[in-house]
Design a protein around this ligand. Structure first.
Ligand code: ARG
Length: 386
């Protein structure tokens, strides 16, 4: 009896993997696992119908809480962003892979599988986690170099049907919605309004903006407008409010790990608001030295996440540094949402390094600054006189 556990989404790629794993790879039992990281309910329902019918065993693992606590919160603390992308898919893949491995161990399976192609980043992210185990790794779509047309033909031969032909490839979780493929692959193609589902266009947003108040403790958002909220509810609420104001759209060219440039479209209202607010609060609280150094750490953190290398021991070390800095990141940030923009309009913290003593209004001996000024720009002064 050969058993394999597949990271299942319900889409075309992972659906054709099920019969392929039996027919082409000779597995006797295919276990399909959907890891819930906040995909739309309809997608999970559709995956369940298809997965139950096609596989020998079907499982849904609700990982939303763990996703927010152990992946999104650290991302906020590290101001996670890669070339301006809020790392939505990237941050979820290692968790999905981890949950699939857990099922494989419970079920004493021989192998784990994913449906990623050989072109994107996701294959690397799944593989990196899967290869930390002794389980065999199978990636049918990549190994067989299947094209979309071949997959569709194989699917219909195996009674796998999709009601509507999907024009775009969408990956969605609680943090981010990413849309790619089809005409969007042409970097000069303007994204049609229909691809956006979380955000309205800025010109459809209410004329009057709205100011929201976000409370942070140790770098983590804990309340909205003075109401304590758990992470999932807070992110969902900010996606809703931010989306209504058209906040959180990205249209970018991204450098994939393999080096290809790709055109990517993202929606992420909560991420935009929380990252803006968090960065601003750090600016009030951390020293200039800490901020400068943390920029490098944040960048290294984000690159590891983008590459799917969160098992690199460096990742733990970076998190240890980040956590140390976040001990003091407590306070409140006021963010104005208006016509597609989230702008911080006020902030306060008991740990602010801001001092009113240097205010323009306070009478103070100003000449003490002259000594400092005397040597400020010393080298350029010599240079300019040469
Ligand atoms: N470019 C992004 C990343 O590598 C998003 C990938 C989205 N994946 C998808 N199957 N639509 O993280």
């Amino acid at each position: 009896m050969k058993k394999v556990v597949l990271a299942y989404s319900g889409g075309l790629d992972t659906s054709v993997c099920i019969p392929l794993l039996r027919e082409h790879y000779g597995y006797d039992e295919v276990i399909a696992v959907v890891v819930d990281v906040g995909q739309p309910e309809d997608d999970i329902k559709e995956a369940k119908e298809r997965g139950e019918r096609l596989s020998d065993m079907y499982k849904v693992v609700d990982a939303r809480e763990e996703f927010v606590r152990d992946y999104i919160f650290p991302l906020i603390k590290a101001n996670g962003s890669y070339e301006g992308y809020v790392l939505g898919t990237a941050i979820a893949r290692p968790l999905i892979a981890k949950k699939v491995v857990e099922v494989a161990k419970e079920e004493k399976a021989d192998a784990v599988a994913h449906g990623s192609t050989g072109k994107g980043n996701d294959q690397l992210r799944f593989d990196a986690v899967f290869r930390t185990t002794d389980l065999d790794l199978v990636a049918p779509v990549r190994e067989m170099s299947l094209t979309r047309e071949e997959e569709k033909r194989y699917a219909s031969e195996h009674g796998i049907s999709f009601e509507t032909e999907k024009r775009w490839s969408v990956d969605e979780n609680i943090w981010n919605r990413s849309i790619e493929g089809s005409e969007l692959e042409d970097p000069s193609f303007f994204p049609p309004e229909e691809i956006f589902q979380w955000t309205v266009s800025a010109n459809k947003a209410p004329e009057d903006g709205e100011i929201i108040k976000i409370g942070f403790e140790h770098g983590i958002p804990v309340s909205l407008n003075e109401r304590k909220m758990d992470g999932i509810s807070l992110i969902n609420k900010l996606n809703e409010v931010g989306g209504k104001h058209g906040v959180g759209r990205t249209d970018m060219i991204e450098d994939r790990v393999l080096g290809f440039k790709s055109r990517e479209i993202y929606e992420h209202p909560a991420a935009t608001i929380l990252l803006e607010a968090h960065r601003d609060l750090e600016q009030l609280i951390l020293t200039r030295n800490e901020l400068r150094f943390k920029e490098f750490v944040d960048r290294a953190w984000s690159e590891l996440v983008y590459q799917g290398l969160v098992m690199d021991p460096l990742f733990d070390s970076l998190n240890a540094f980040v956590d140390k800095t976040q001990e003091r990141v407590n306070g409140t940030v006021y963010v104005k949402l208006e016509k597609g923009v989230a702008r911080v309009v006020g902030r306060e913290s008991p740990n602010a390094l801001y001092s009113k003593e240097v205010s323009f209004d306070v009478k103070q001996e100003q000449m003490i600054a002259e000594g400092f000024s005397m040597y400020h720009g010393f080298q350029s002064r010599i240079f300019s006189k040469k």
